[in-house]
Write a protein that binds this ligand. Sequence first.
Ligand SMILES: [Fe+2]
Length: 214
Amino acid sequence: MSKVTKKKSETKTKNTRAAKTTAAKATTIEPAEPIINQRGRILQEYGTVIKLPIGLSESICLKSVNALNEVLADTITIRDMYKKHHWQVAGHTFYQLHLLFDKHYEEQTELVDTLAERIQRLGGIALAMAGDIAEETNIERPPRGREEAPVQISRLLEAHEIILKECRQYAKDADDIGDDGTNDVLVSDVIRTNERHVWFISEHLVDVPMVEAG
Ligand SMILES: [Fe+2]
């Protein structure tokens, strides 16, 4: 670019900036007025990690982030399935299942936050929105309609097993690459909580007599 053309280009950029500033000032009514309908650039693309000073390489962080996002998608799905079943459960065990499903919903919600914040702490981006979760989850989508309690519990047990199997593999992978924090979250939080949930709900599918011994 010639000196003259470069100077013309710089002047044009300055003029454009000045025009934008003047326009912004002209449309500002009050300093306290909220500036709404804003959009902007993406700070970080999904699927990337930023380098944080935590003593782990970017490739290790990326591997753990990808694994954690898969567990997160399945954990959000089972959490929401618990709430669906909490609302829709029917029958003579309604009261206890209604309460138990909500307790597990709350505990899965805590896991969601733990997993998402672990992902952010590794420099990654946690999945969040329902549409993205639906695309990523490995858990079968239940129908919109109400189902019988044994079917609700069966669906939950299948979902728990998917999460437990993937967590055991990912915990081992994290251990192998030296990511102790991710290994700890998967074992101490996700695996232990899911195993306890399996125990509590699977006992409801044991067909024992309620009044007279068989
Ligand atoms: Fe409720």
